[in-house]
Design a protein around this ligand. Structure first.
Ligand code: ORO
Length: 306
């Protein structure tokens, strides 16, 4: 297990053993990975998206592989916030991990209700998902309009004492407008990016591969887009950014730190290799040691332009 002081960081006032987190929807509730890795060496785990009521998700095919990535259209399947609070949270409390709960609502008020319900011991922070590309009732509607995004932030902040992180969508013309609106409304940090909208067609049947027709694209193929968006956003806001989108190796993560991310989150790579986060943590520590750097913070935003 890596206990290096080079990787220790504090994000949102929360001490973390490493700046490597896991992205919502790619790591279950963390417990599914307990046989593979030490969950407490992660900076935190963003658990699967939670809604007020249980959701069965979308019908039909929900996952499709693409060259260097995957499409998903899960549709926020989850047991609902009450099951999470009464059953899941007590069960996963033993893992000594920072638990961040990703929430989606159909209105700003619903985000407020969810935020209030989750203002309990054992929850380190909440991530407002305003960027799910796969549901009609909410999600991305709030993440593509600065005013709507700000109203969701304000409503959540009113109802929780926890740090509020906004998960932003890449499916916008100017992400910095949304990011600034969220910061002005009181967001404590930003996660970016959620998936890029895409689709696949079966040339035998001439039909869409996915049950939802379109889905969210993730994996190594989106990394350059995510990196560009993190870099642009880091110029525009002063709150921390949790960079994500196609990170599979320590080298990928280092690029995100240089672009301005204070922490990184690993998503699709967890499906390919359950040890991905452990390998990234070790690789980051090796890189810092080789480059005589005493802490990961020495990389953040250090992109050289000359
Ligand atoms: N899929 C994504 O790509 N992003 C989300 O935030 C949620 C989903 C889903 O549940 O379909």
């Amino acid at each position: 297990m890596n206990e290096s002081s080079r990787l220790k960081t504090t994000l949102l006032g929360i001490p973390m053993k490493s700046p490597v987190m896991t992205s919502s929807g790619t790591f279950g509730f963390g417990e599914e990975f307990a046989d593979f890795l030490n969950l407490d060496e992660l900076g935190g785990v963003f658990v699967k998206g939670t809604t007020l009521l249980p959701r069965r998700g979308n019908d039909g095919v929900r996952i499709a592989e693409t060259p260097a990535g995957m499409l998903n259209c899960i549709g926020l399947e989850n047991p609902g916030v009450d099951v999470f609070l009464n059953e899941t949270l007590p069960r996963i409390a033993k893992y000594n991990m920072n638990i961040f709960v990703n929430i989606s609502g159909g209105s700003a008020e619903e985000y407020g209700i969810l935020a209030e319900k989750l203002d309990v011991d054992g929850v380190a922070g909440i991530e407002l998902n305003v960027s799910c590309p796969n549901v009609k009732d909410g999600g991305i509607i709030f993440g593509t309009d600065p005013k709507a995004a700000a109203s969701v932030v304000r409503e959540a902040k009113k109802h929780t004492s926890k740090p509020v992180i906004l998960k932003l969508s890449p499916n916008v013309t100017d992400i910095t407008e949304i990011a600034k609106a969220c910061e002005d409304a009181g967001a404590d940090a930003l996660s970016l990016i959620n998936t890029l909208m895409g689709m696949a067609i079966d040339i035998k049947t001439w039909k869409p591969v996915l049950g939802n027709i379109t889905g969210g694209l993730s994996g190594p193929c989106v990394k350059p887009v995510a990196l560009r968006l993190v870099w642009q956003t880091a110029q525009a806001v002063n709150i921390p950014i949790i960079g994500q989108g196609g990170i599979s190796t320590a080298a990928d993560a280092i690029e995100f730190f240089l672009a301005g991310a204070s922490a990184v989150s690993v998503g699709t790579a967890n499906f390919v290799d359950p040890y991905a986060t452990t390998k990234i943590i070790q690789g980051l520590d090796d890189y810092l040691e080789k480059n005589n750097l005493s802490n990961i913070s020495e990389l953040v935003g250090k992109l050289k332009m000359d």
